[in-house]
Design a binder for this molecule. Structure first.
Ligand code: AMP
Length: 279
């Protein structure tokens, strides 16, 4: 596995490949089996898999959140070696932003109006900025994103729909209790980790009772459930898969999305219902 820090060296390495398809998996590191499911999806479709590890400052809306973000590059590199990644790209801020660490302005077609976009202003402009920069350097044939970050996936699909890069989505990887794997789980105490099951349980409750109760009632029931938990419910939204806007009644293709916090650690999750394939 090649470990490359400089974009110039990465371009040289990629230019030397002839007629091989390139799959790209962007990450912020602190890798877990969820990330590896993206690497595997890329390996199964592409000749070469490139994974980037870069904690992108422009997508954080709090300095504290950025500095608390878990990082363990040595461990990540060993993990990637074991899982047949071909190239890992680990740029610094200067390599990607040339000394101007700022977001560009993208038209996100209002996909960022609710949920993460509402609670983390500027987050998706930062995500779109860094992904575009990475795409320009790597020029992959395919790029792989997790359904775990559903709104991000839909936004990346939107900004890529006129490019030659095909975006693939990969289902959320969960532990045996249903908790979605997340780098942020590293910051949870054991007790909070155990309590985090409430997030997926709430989603399953809504999915299983969607024909019994209306959305307002389901939201109230989940709110009550959280009042008895150490987690704070930030939002629970039922959204159209096309627009990522809230719906009042269940429709053909929608998702239930949730964000909750404990001890300043913010976790998100979702379930897609009656979905057309996201790929
Ligand atoms: P991150 O390092 O958190 O920025 O995530 C990098 C990529 O991994 C994104 O496309 C995420 O959606 C995806 N990802 C993170 N956690 C999971 C998971 N539990 N299952 C599947 N994909 C995931």
């Amino acid at each position: 596995m090649k470990i490359i820090k400089k974009k110039s060296k990465l371009k040289v390495a990629l230019n030397s490949l002839s007629n091989q398809t390139i799959g790209f998996v962007p990450t912020m590191g602190a890798l877990h089996d969820g990330h590896i499911s993206l690497i595997k999806a890329s390996n199964s479709r592409c000749d070469i898999t490139v994974c980037s590890i870069y904690i992108n400052p422009t997508q954080f809306n709090s300095q504290k959140d950025l500095s608390n973000y878990p990082s363990n590059l040595k461990k990540d590199i060993e993990f990637l070696k074991k899982n047949q990644c071909d190239i890992v790209f680990t740029p610094n801020d200067f390599e990607l932003y040339d000394g101007n660490v700022k977001s560009c302005e993208f038209n996100l077609n209002k996909l960022d109006k609710y949920m993460e976009g509402k609670y983390r202003p500027g987050h998706f402009q930062g995500v779109a900025t860094v992904v575009t920069k990475l795409f320009e350097i790597i020029k992959p044939n395919f790029a792989f994103f997790g359904e775990k970050d559903l709104q991000q996936l839909m936004i990346i699909k939107h900004i890529s729909n006129e490019s030659d890069i095909k975006i693939f989505s990969v289902p959320t990887f969960r532990d045996k209790n249903g908790i979605a794997l997340s780098s942020r789980n590293n910051n949870l105490t054991k007790d909070s980790y155990r309590s985090a099951t409430i997030i997926f349980k709430s989603l399953c409750y809504c999915r299983d009772n969607i024909n019994k109760y209306d959305i307002v009632t389901l939201k109230n029931k989940v709110k009550k459930l959280f009042e008895r938990s150490k987690f704070n419910l930030e939002y629970l939204e039922f959204v159209s898969m096309e627009t990522m806007h809230p719906i009042d009644f269940s429709c053909h293709n929608f998702a239930i999305c949730i964000a909750a916090t404990v001890e300043n650690i913010r976790l998100i999750d979702n379930i897609i219902i009656n979905a057309k394939e996201t790929n």
